[in-house]
Design a protein around this ligand. Structure first.
Ligand code: NAD
Ligand code: DAU
Length: 361
């Protein structure tokens, strides 16, 4: 692992992964390919620990010529594929970009890797790897009494987002089976932490609460997610890159499974403690129950025995610790927030989705 193509490295998890990797002792070069959609921002790449090892390329994973050039020019031996459209709500209002980036884009990237690695003399004797970053949502929804998802749970994606991620997982696996492309896949649960775009539950609640906006809870708020602090996810991916078996899939999860309403209460209480002089204390008063997400999955939970038993990885952060760090990060990074807020696309999305939404009570 020397020359790594990271796709989507200006987004939430991708940028955290780059920060994390550059802090390790590993002597790797990172080529970061990102299209800078609404979710990617240069702000996420400020203050990288070792700029010399990071090359930023603005471009699309659907651009075959660009991909061929990058593999060749940088002698790419490892791909860590984060780039995706990642927000379930947006996939419901408009699935098109999800089909394009998540399915067609993954196919283009697989083709570029296959073509280059088949012919690359420079790489003879080098172990190559295509690592695909996926989600627990491919497994569908659990009822309260169901056991957690394992790597053998059949795929049953429910949202357009989940269906495109499932499709990309199948493509990756098929390239392994058919063309012997060395791959690994990780399916991870809900991440939270620094640099997450404030359309996702936790940063949305933090920023709305700080500004005295309503805190929208979909449906009854009793849906359950398996929350993982993003730094733990980054460590898990590196563990799989270094020691995972090619051709294998690993589930990653945080073991923190509160209902959405509980997590919103935790954030409100943390903000009451941290900002006691805010005019919005108690922040819980801002909570508003709103119309549910169509087809909303009720519960996710990950069984992480495989990665724990075979590779020795497990999450380091409790939910409370992770939330504290996250709230602190948003409080200390006003420039980041200001940069996101001024994006026209974000303003438009907020107005469309939150200012007009009707309360369900
Ligand atoms: P994000 O939306 O924050 O970032 C996605 C990044 O991909 C952005 O920087 C965007 O500009 C880039 N991108 C989008 N389309 C592109 C294209 N066509 N070409 C090049 N770049 C493109 O997403 P995230 O939350 O960081 O998620 C990263 C990956 O992890 C995704 O594959 C997602 O499915 C997966 N995942 C996310 C979570 C989570 O909780 N956020 C959990 C499990 C898995
Ligand atoms: O499970 C992994 C997935 O987690 C990733 O694959 C996705 O990329 C990521 O976006 C995330 O999907 P979710 O739909 O679970 O995340 P989101 O933050 O949008 O929502 C979390 C829960 O909170 C979900 O049950 C919906 C609910 N919610 C969300 C928002 C934005 C609300 O109640 N109110 C809100 O305003």
């Amino acid at each position: 692992m020397k020359n790594i193509l990271v796709t989507g490295g200006a987004g939430f998890i991708g940028s955290n992964f780059i920060h994390f990797l550059l802090k390790t002792e590993l002597k790797v070069n990172i080529i970061n390919l990102d299209a800078f959609t609404y979710a990617g921002t240069l702000e996420n790449l400020k203050d990288l620990p070792d700029m010399d090892r990071h090359t930023l390329v603005k471009g699309n994973i659907c651009d075959q010529d660009l991909l061929a050039d990058l593999f060749q020019r940088y002698a790419i031996d490892t791909v860590v594929h984060f780039a995706a459209e990642s927000h379930v709500d947006r996939s419901i209002s408009g699935p098109g970009p999800f089909i394009q980036t998540n399915i067609a884009g993954t196919y283009m990237l697989l083709e570029a890797a296959r073509n280059y690695w088949a012919g690359a003399k420079k790489l003879s004797g080098v172990n190559v790897r295509f690592h695909h970053v996926s989600t627990d949502e491919v497994y569908g929804s659990l009822s309260p009494s169901d056991a957690a998802f394992t790597e053998n749970t059949p795929y049953a994606p429910n949202s357009p987002y989940a269906a495109t991620k499932a499709s990309s997982d199948h493509l990756v696996r098929s390239y392994g089976h058919t063309y012997n492309l060395p791959f690994t896949i990780t399916n991870c649960s809900n991440n939270f932490g620094p640099r997450q775009f404030p359309e996702k539950l936790i940063p949305l609640i933090i920023l709305n609460a700080l500004n005295g906006r309503k805190l929208p809870i979909y449906g009854d708020g009793l849906q359950v997610r398996d929350w993982l602090f993003v730094e733990d996810h980054c460590e898990a991916i590196l563990t799989v890159l270094q020691n995972g078996q090619t051709g294998e899939t690993y589930n990653i999860g945080g073991g923190n499974q509160p209902a959405n309403l509980d997590i919103v209460h935790m954030i409100c209480d943390l903000l009451d403690e941290t900002c006691p002089d805010s005019p919005f204390v108690p922040h819980r008063d801002l909570i508003e129950f709103v119309t549910d997400r169509p087809g909303h999955d009720r519960r996710y939970a990950m069984n992480i025995e495989k990665i724990r038993n075979t590779l020795g990885w497990q999450p380091k952060h409790s939910l409370q610790e992770g939330l504290k760090k996250t709230v602190q990060w948003y409080l200390s990074n006003v420039e980041w927030i200001a940069a996101i807020r001024t994006q026209q696309e974000y303003q438009h999305w907020l107005a469309e989705n939150y200012d007009k939404r009707e309360s369900s009570i």
